[in-house]
Design a binder for this molecule. Structure first.
Ligand code: SF4
Length: 364
C-alpha cells in the first residue's frame, strides 16, 4: 500500500493517461448547462458568482432570468443596485450580487479584461478558486480550480487521510497536486471535468466507483473505503431564536429595509425585529404567533417566530418617521427586494389567514 505522497507521485507520473480518461468521460457525460453550451466571459463570471454558495439546479432559473434582464457587462454596470438585488432575490448571500455589480463597473472602465488569475483577484468577491475558474475557462489560463468536489476526488485518488480544519485548508493542501494534474492543452475543460466528476460520480455519499472513469488510478476504491476521505472537521452549528413582528395597517405591511452598507442584507427588506420598532422581545411575543420557521445561514440555524403586533395610531405615525421602516402595500411586494425566506413566509401567512383576520393594527 503506497503512502499518500507516493500515490500522488504515482498519479502524476501517469497524468497523461489520467487526463485522457477524465476528458473522454467529460465529453460524453457532462451536463449541458447554459454557461457551457453558449459560453462567454460574462456568462462564465455570472455563473461562477451564482455557484459560489448555490447548487446548480437552484441557480439555473436565476441564471436565465439574469441573462434576459442584464445580458452583458455594460447592462449590469449601468443597472441600479436595487434592480441587481431584485434579480438576485431568493439566491441569498447578497454580497455576491453587490460584488458582481461592482466588478462589472470596474471592468467597464478597463480597455480589456485581465487574463490572469492574479489580475482577477483584484476584483471584489473574486478569490483564488473563482479567479482560476474564470481565467481557465475564458482564457485557457493554466490555473487549477480546487473546490469541494475537487478536494473530494483528489483525497480519494490518493487515499489521503490528512485531517483538515476546514475546506479552505483542504483546498490549500491539494492545490499542488491539482496543478500537477492540470491538462496544459485544455485547462478549462480539465477543471470542469474534475468538478463534474466530483458532482456526478465521486459523490460525497455513495460514490459510483463501479462506473468511475478514473477508477484504475484510485487508492480509496482499492481500499474499499472511498467515503472515508476527505477527513474534514464537522462544522459547529450555532442555533439562534429570533422574534419578528407582523404589523398591518390599511392594506399595507410594515417591513424593515437594511442599510445600504449592511454586510449581509444591504437594502433588502425583511419583517422587522422588535428592536426595529423600539419594542422588547416579550412585547412582540405577547402577540399571536402566526408561524415559526427555520432558516440556515452558513453555520447558523435560526428559528424565526413571527407574531402579529397591534400598533396604535400614534405608534404607526412614529414608525413612519423611521426611514428604515416602510409600509408596503400588498401590490408593492412584487416590486421590492425581499429576502427569500421572508417572501415565502409573508405569502404563506397571507394565504393561510381569513380576510376578516387581516387588519391587525388598532387605533387609539
Ligand atoms: S473510484 Fe470511486 S472514490 Fe475513486 S475517484 Fe472514482 S468515484 Fe471517487
Amino acid at each position: 500500500m503506497r503512502s499518500p505522497e507516493n500515490q500522488a507521485q504515482h498519479l502524476i507520473a501517469r497524468q497523461a493517461a489520467f487526463q485522457r480518461a477524465l476528458s473522454a468521460w467529460y465529453r460524453e457525460h457532462h451536463r449541458p448547462l447554459p454557461w457551457r453550451t453558449n459560453p462567454s466571459l460574462y456568462r462564465t463570471v455570472v455563473s461562477e458568482f451564482m455557484l459560489q454558495q448555490t447548487q446548480v439546479q437552484t441557480a439555473l432559473p436565476y441564471f436565465e432570468r439574469w441573462m434576459n434582464a442584464l445580458p452583458d457587462f455594460a447592462a449590469l454596470a449601468a443597472a441600479s443596485e436595487a434592480r441587481v438585488l431584485k434579480l438576485w432575490e431568493g439566491l441569498g448571500y447578497y454580497s455576491r450580487a453587490r460584488n458582481l455589480h461592482r466588478l462589472a463597473q470596474a471592468l467597464s472602465a478597463l480597455a480589456a479584461p485581465p487574463t490572469t488569475p492574479e489580475g482577477w483577484q483584484d476584483f471584489p468577491g473574486v478569490g483564488p478558486y473563482t479567479a482560476a475558474a474564470i481565467t481557465s475557462l475564458a482564457f485557457n489560463a493554466r490555473a487549477a480550480c480546487v473546490d469541494g468536489n475537487v478536494v473530494r476526488v483528489l483525497a480519494r485518488l490518493n487515499a489521503d487521510s490528512t485531517a483538515f480544519r476546514n475546506s479552505a485548508a483542504a483546498a490549500r493542501h491539494f492545490a499542488p497536486l491539482a496543478d500537477a494534474l492540470l491538462s496544459p492543452a485544455e485547462p478549462g475543460t480539465h477543471n470542469q471535468a474534475m468538478m463534474e466528476l466530483g458532482a456526478l460520480v465521486c459523490r460525497r455519499h455513495d460514490p459510483a466507483c463501479a462506473t468511475c472513469p478514473v477508477r484504475r488510478f484510485c487508492a480509496a476504491t482499492r481500499r474499499k473505503a472511498p467515503e472515508d476521505y476527505p477527513l474534514l472537521a464537522r462544522k459547529k452549528i450555532g442555533r439562534h431564536a429570533v422574534t419578528r413582528a407582523w404589523c398591518e395597517n390599511q392594506g399595507r405591511l410594515l417591513l424593515h429595509r437594511a442599510a445600504s452598507g449592511a454586510r449581509r442584507l444591504a437594502e433588502l427588506h425583511e419583517l422587522p425585529l422588535p428592536s426595529d420598532l423600539g419594542l422588547n422581545d416579550a412585547t412582540v411575543r405577547a402577540g399571536r404567533l402566526l408561524t415559526r420557521q427555520k432558516r440556515g445561514i452558513t453555520n447558523h440555524q435560526i428559528t424565526e417566530s413571527i407574531h402579529a403586533v397591534r400598533l396604535t395610531a400614534s405608534q404607526c405615525r412614529r414608525l413612519t418617521a423611521n426611514a428604515a421602516l416602510r409600509w408596503i402595500p400588498w401590490s408593492g411586494l412584487d416590486v421590492i427586494a425581499l429576502s427569500g425566506p421572508h417572501r415565502r413566509w409573508v405569502e404563506e401567512i397571507r394565504q393561510s389567514r381569513p380576510s376578516s383576520d387581516r387588519v391587525v393594527s388598532a387605533v387609539e
